[in-house]
Design a protein around this ligand. Structure first.
Ligand SMILES: [Zn+2]
Ligand SMILES: [Zn+2]
Ligand SMILES: [Zn+2]
Length: 584
């Protein structure tokens, strides 16, 4: 399935994540990649992809990759290092005899086991004619392949490992063939959700209808089974969703379109809690119409949003405070997961949660559109690991960074904030203690949604007759300081018509400006005073002390109002008037 745009024929890079649509980079046309995926058959809905697992669509198949990373092996890796280090160090030099010291081999063995469990990955590739399993970079266990046509059903088994003082569990993925034999496809999978996601995605790709198998891993008690059956049906009815009982209740789900989102509610087994939990999964029902929804300038409030306003947009007020509740967000909020550490048997409570997750998705989209301005408030959430919205805030900062970088990153200097008329600049967003991202927004207020793109000069104009906040004229943007009343980024000053009082205010602001990008340039800046503007000597002196050059001269306004021939005449008059002011 090589992806080319139906509109313009451009090659479209295949989305690497579990994304059911792709956007043409050239004409922005959105294509649905899974026309077959409809909610009429819920068993064909994609599995929840746990962290550490990736699904990639190939031109003729599917590739599932997951890493083995298990932090509990960090200790063993350290021990192996110390152990071999001590042996090698103890003998003070290397030699072939090391190879006959059994202690050395114990150290190497420990190291290898630790390394495999830290860095190894498994990749399962399925095409119509083969299913292959490789482990890399350390090829252990060995490569295996199957002919998909022989496969009848996949299922997961739990394996209990009894240690001296503890018990641990791993999961094996089995396959039965049409001849009735069972093969172990992948063994020692650390987490249930990995194993179950593999089963589901492989069955989905091969078109195998999931069936119950003897010895298959089940985790719901009789009581939970009865409860859930009723709850799922109640929820489906209340929210007009579909209930798919699956081969058994562990694999059942309630799904459908709710408030514009694809909603899925299911029970899952948490290896961590060793009990059934609830997961609500949300994805936009249709791809966003625009890559980055923009605000119209009218949407921009005069004042920056307070961090409280920003956070209330994200949560629309209420946050579920249940212990053990977790929210995960995939890039661009293509998927939002809400996990509750228990089975919820109350339909009303489940309904509330569904609404809450949809509210969050809407808030997320709003803040993403607001952009850079929201980052400082989000950073306070990102710094609280215990906060239920921590992961959402961290993802949102990264999404905003990616979006503003594409839009403004190539030339932040040529974008001016509509609110402050200062240029955009790079800011640093703190995602975690050690991870930062670069995002772009106004240097002063950080907003990134209402900007003016302009590469020419900007002139600060003091003209009491000017009614516009700013105009584009003769290759320059002329900004009315008398209306703006605060400093912005400009390259030149024109005083057309202003009182000494205004000049003083303006001069005080410029004199006290601490902006590191603007401050050094005032000494080189030219300030032109209109021929018909009368200023006191004191005002002129103040202006001369601030700007590089202060001169009277025909301004754009003078030239446009009078013919070029008349200019000298006005100039003469002007000089005589200013002379008389000086004399009086
Ligand atoms: Zn296209
Ligand atoms: Zn199955
Ligand atoms: Zn601004």
């Amino acid at each position: 399935m090589a992806l080319t745009c139906k509109q313009c024929g451009t090659n479209i890079p295949a989305p690497s994540e579990d994304q059911s649509w792709a956007r043409c980079p050239n004409c922005q046309t959105v294509m649905n990649l899974s026309e077959a995926e409809s909610f009429s058959d819920l068993s064909q809905v994609g599995a929840f992809l746990p962290p550490g697992m990736k699904l990639r669509r190939l031109s003729d198949g599917l590739q599932l990759t997951y890493n083995w990373f298990n932090p509990s092996y960090l200790g063993l890796a350290f021990m192996a290092l110390v152990w071999t280090g001590a042996i090698v160090g103890g003998f003070n030099d290397f030699g072939w005899w090391l190879l006959v010291v059994p202690h050395f081999w114990v150290g190497v063995g420990m190291g290898a086991v630790a390394l495999i469990n830290l860095i190894n990955r498994t990749r399962i590739t399925i095409t119509p004619d083969k299913l292959s399993i490789v482990h890399f970079p350390i090829p252990f266990p060995f490569y295996r392949r199957f002919d998909p046509i022989l496969l009848k059903q996949l299922y997961v088994r739990e394996v209990k490992h009894q240690h001296k003082s503890s018990v641990s569990y791993t999961y094996d993925l089995y396959v039965t063939t049409w001849s009735g034999r069972s093969h172990k496809l992948v063994s020692k999978i650390k987490a249930t959700h990995l194993a179950l996601a593999l089963e589901k995605e492989i069955e989905r790709f091969l078109g195998i209808k999931d069936q119950s198998m003897p010895g298959e891993f089940r985790w719901l008690s009789e009581r939970e089974n009865r409860q859930l059956w009723q709850t799922w049906q109640g929820l489906a009815k209340a929210l007009s969703l579909k209930f798919d009982p699956g081969p058994f209740l562990e694999k059942s789900m309630v799904a459908g379109v709710y408030r514009g989102y694809n909603l899925q509610v299911a029970a899952f087994y948490s290896s961590q809690h060793r009990r059934a939990c609830t997961r609500i999964q949300l994805a936009p029902a249709s791809p966003p119409l625009e890559a980055s929804p923009r605000f119209t300038p009218e949407d921009l409030p005069d004042l920056p949003l307070s961090s409280q306003q920003i956070l209330s947009l994200l949560t629309s007020g209420d946050i579920p405070r249940e212990k053990g509740a977790q929210i995960k967000v995939s890039a661009d909020a293509q998927k939002i997961y809400y996990e509750h550490s228990q089975i919820i048997a109350d339909v009303q409570q489940l309904r509330q949660m569904c609404d809450w997750v949809v509210n969050l998705a809407e808030g997320y989209a709003k803040l993403r559109a607001i952009g850079a301005e929201a980052v400082p408030a989000l950073e306070t959430l990102a710094a609280k690991p215990e906060h239920v919205l921590n992961a959402a805030a961290r993802q949102l900062i990264q999404d905003i960074a990616a979006d503003t970088t594409t839009r403004l990153g190539h030339q932040p200097d040529s974008f001016y904030c509509r609110r402050c008329l200062t240029r955009c600049a790079a800011h640093t967003g703190q995602v975690t203690l050690i991870k930062t991202v670069t995002y772009y927004g106004c240097r002063t207020c950080r907003q990134s949604r209402a900007l003016l793109e302009w590469i020419g000069p900007v002139v600060a104009v003091l003209d009491s007759r000017m009614t516009e906040k700013w105009v584009e004229q003769a290759g320059a943007v002329r900004v009315n300081w008398l209306l703006q009343r605060v400093l912005f980024d400009f390259e030149a000053v024109e005083i057309v018509q202003a009182s000494d009082e205004d000049i003083e205010r303006f001069a005080v602001q410029v004199g006290n400006d601490t902006d590191p990008l603007r401050q050094p340039y005032y000494k080189e800046m030219s300030c032109r005073i209109g021929l018909s503007c009368h200023l006191s000597d004191n005002s002129l002196r103040v202006l001369r002390s601030i700007f590089g050059s202060v001169e009277r001269g025909p301004l754009l306004a003078d030239v446009s109002e009078t013919a070029t021939d008349d200019r000298r005449e006005i100039e003469d008059q002007e000089q005589s008037v200013s002379g008389s002011i000086a004399a009086s």
